[in-house]
Design a protein around this ligand. Structure first.
Ligand SMILES: O=C(O)CCC(=O)C(=O)O
Length: 273
């Protein structure tokens, strides 16, 4: 029931919405990303298997790595999903009013062994309204072995966390946004559970700015890459964090898309792990 979503989000800190996005659109977005990575020699045929070659011609073919990464993140098939009507309908329902997306999109190409450290999103995007959510969109099936997103249960209600981080801005304050603790020891220390799922094509995870999260590491094997994107939606007409809007958005310290891990050649990341 769409009208129950704001209450459920406030209660649980996250919403796992199975099959919320059209599977065909997710597949089209996945293939568009993989085709661009294959064009620089980073992904082998058949594309859909998402196997890294361990090599890259990205820097040679596209010396402006930020420009290349922007073109991948702005691929029409990806935007049709992340910024399209199905996603908008979910965001409107979750926020309870008409919503609008950030222009900036965080595309994740997680090679074998890679994970995202624990963090809250507030410290990265708090210069505009507080009324915003993150939508984490798996680009295809993301089973447990692929290292899906992990939420620390109940962390959105941890008052000490909010007191410590509210108003902190990673760019202005020069602090690392991520937590040094690994997810397991933190969860044990706090007596909290780590929540994740076997994500299927079309599933969607939505969460708030104070929900502690990260991802498990990619253990798919065979060089397979985990693909997902995250995009933020906020109440329409509210103040914006100017880093994430614009053509192109300026991003952290004006680095735009070039500041993302994903902007670095996949082959290099794969070999360096
Ligand atoms: O996909 C990931 O590994 C991390 C995503 C994330 O941190 C987010 O959606 O805020």
């Amino acid at each position: 029931m769409p009208e129950q979503l704001p209450g459920r989000l406030a209660q649980d800190g996250y919403l796992l919405l199975r099959g919320a996005l059209p599977a065909a659109q997710v597949r089209a977005a996945r293939l568009a990303v993989l085709a661009q990575l294959a064009s620089v020699g980073e992904i082998a045929e058949p594309l859909d298997a998402a196997v890294a070659t361990g090599h890259s011609r990205r820097a040679e073919l596209h010396p402006d790595l930020g420009h290349f990464w922007r073109s991948v993140c702005e691929a029409p098939a990806l935007r049709a999903l992340s910024h399209g009507p199905a996603m908008a309908a979910v965001a409107d329902a979750v926020l309870g009013v008409p919503s609008e997306p950030f222009d900036f999109l965080w595309l994740r190409t997680m090679v074998e062994g890679r994970a995202s450290p624990l963090h809250i999103d507030h410290v990265y995007m708090n210069r505009g309204t507080e009324h915003l959510v993150t939508a984490w969109i798996p680009l295809g099936d993301v089973p447990l072995a692929a290292g899906p997103l992990v939420v620390v249960e109940g962390s959105h209600r941890w008052e000490d966390l909010a007191a410590r981080y509210r108003g902190i801005d990673v760019d202005r304050d020069g602090l690392p946004g991520s937590f040094p603790e690994d997810a397991l020891s933190l969860a044990r220390q706090r007596g909290a559970r780590l929540l994740t799922a076997d994500f299927r094509t079309g599933d969607l995870l939505v969460f708030g700015m104070f929900t502690l999260h990260g991802s498990f590491d990619n253990r798919l094997g065979g060089g397979r890459v985990r693909l997902s994107c995250d995009v933020r939606w906020q109440k329409a007409g509210k103040p914006r964090d100017d880093r994430w809007f614009g053509d192109p958005p300026s991003g952290h310290g004006g680095t735009g898309y070039g500041g993302m891990n994903g902007a670095q050649p996949l082959g290099a990341a794969y070999l360096a792990r």
